[in-house]
Design a protein. Sequence first.
Lengths: 113, 114
Amino acid sequence: DVKVTQSSRYLVKRTGEKVFLECVQDMDHENMFWYRQDPGLGLRLIYFSYDVKMKEKGDIPEGYSVSREKKERFSLILESASTNQTSMYLCASSWGVGNEKLFFGSGTQLSVL
Amino acid sequence: SQKIEQNSEALNIQEGKTATLTCNYTNYSPAYLQWYRQDPGRGPVFLLLIRENEKEKRKERLKVTFDTTLKQSLFHITASQPADSATYLCALDVSGGGADGLTFGKGTHLIIQP
């Protein structure tokens, strides 16, 4: 089975801190994605990557950056955490050219105080 | 802009009955549509994908239909069980085949009552 592992299940940070969320997948997938999920707003795409060292902005990239130095690892960086970035963060990966069948991690619930 | 609408209210169904969830979309002609299940505190899990040239797709007790004229997909769970209680998300590829990520509906919370 494909496994997408997110480094932390729960994270509490303070306003202004730099935050790293790590995601690793074990199925050699080309594509990786970061979403955030908020009540009433659903899943929203932050950034995605279709190859090593490649990154593309999603629908809500402001306040975030990403890094993909290795194929299996996709990191989300909050440069200066703010309270409105408190959310559930979900990493996903998929194989091939399109967006068929995304595999998601279990998520990181981030609280920024 | 692309809009995906799912029943925003929770859907309560008696065990053993068929649950039907709706996904409507506007302003796009997707090549395929997907359904995911999400349990509380967990990531979504892929269930089914249906392509624009497919009218219906089945997997065990699940059935999905896709009407590109109505811009609607219906998701059915037959012989529903309490274990089917979860939030169900529909998702569209709005990138035209690229790897730009899926756009998700907000989900329908399904409750199967014993």
